[in-house]
Design a protein around this ligand. Structure first.
Ligand code: PEP
Length: 272
């Protein structure tokens, strides 16, 4: 796969950073209510500017109704989304969840193509692409996850696989009002061994170049590219200094309220 030139204009546009917590299969709906309430309060108490750094949580499906009700009732400035979506709208698909249902629950986002779904559920690039289309159809913002395994890294270098996964995910997408891309090297997820900010930036720049090529300069310029993989309060600052990294998708550390709030407040503890 030929390297893609990075796009300077798109990489210099100001984008609102997004710090997103992927809870995976953790926290039931009662725990979710308590967690979201405490998170919002602790960020508000700390004077967090939610318009300056957006915060989103991705609870399990069974928590979404509770989170929606809480966010609406208490007018919490938090976004939320689902961890997956069906490529189908309705029908005989046992266990699947339609984008229409997620939209009814006021989800803003949906994670698509997380490496755990690609590996544990054999999700193909074609399915990822169909799910992206389904999300867009229901006005959900897809958080498209791409990333290379340690073996890919060894064989192809860091960007070839993420670039080809993003191209495949965007297949058939002609215009997208809002998408988010999450670069998550599989070897960094849950390993405690994050990529370096420089590694993340290099791949993010290649991904932005794909966005320019497929969706045009304007969409590419406003699309947020997140880094994910062993992000914590101690390393978030380095990633956020990179011009093409616009936030983080946080797994394990998003379940620790103090740690996650500290990641969200990275500007305060790094002085950036
Ligand atoms: C993830 O699963 O999306 C992730 C980034 O996990 P962790 O932060 O635990 O590495």
């Amino acid at each position: 796969m030929a390297a893609v030139a990075s796009s300077t204009p798109a990489s210099t546009v100001r984008r609102t950073p997004l710090i997103a917590g992927n809870w995976k299969m953790n926290l039931d709906h009662l725990q979710a209510i308590a967690f979201v309430q405490k998170l919002a309060w602790s960020l508000k108490d700390a004077g967090h500017d939610f318009t300056g750094v957006e915060v989103a949580v991705f609870p399990p499906f069974t928590d979404l109704r509770s989170v929606q009700t809480l966010v609406a009732a208490d007018k919490l400035p938090l976004a939320f989304g689902a961890q997956d979506v069906s490529e189908h709208d309705s029908g005989a698909y046992t266990g699947e969840i339609s984008g229409a249902f997620l939209a009814q629950l006021e989800c803003r986002y949906v994670i698509i193509g997380h490496s755990e779904r690609r590996t544990l559920h054999a999700e193909s690039n074609e399915q990822v692409s169909a799910k992206v289309q389904a999300a867009l159809k229901h006005n959900l913002t897809p958080v498209i996850c791409v990333g290379e395994t340690a073996e890919d890294l060894e064989t192809h270098g860091p960007s070839a696989v993420p670039v080809s996964q993003l191209r495949a995910a965007l297949d058939g997408v002609t215009s997208a009002a809002d998408i988010v891309v999450a670069y998550e090297p599989v070897w960094a997820i849950g390993s405690g061994q994050a990529a370096t900010p420089d590694q993340a930036e290099q791949v993010a720049a290649q991904l932005r170049a794909v966005l320019v090529e497929v969706l045009g300069e304007d969409v590419a310029a406003k699309t947020r590219i997140l880094y994910g993989g062993s992000v914590k309060a101690a390393n978030i600052a380095g990633f956020m200094r990179e011009p093409n990294v616009d936030g983080a998708l946080v797994g394990g550390a998003s379940l620790d309220l103090t740690e996650f709030a500290s990641i969200v407040r990275y500007q305060k503890h790094v002085g950036s």
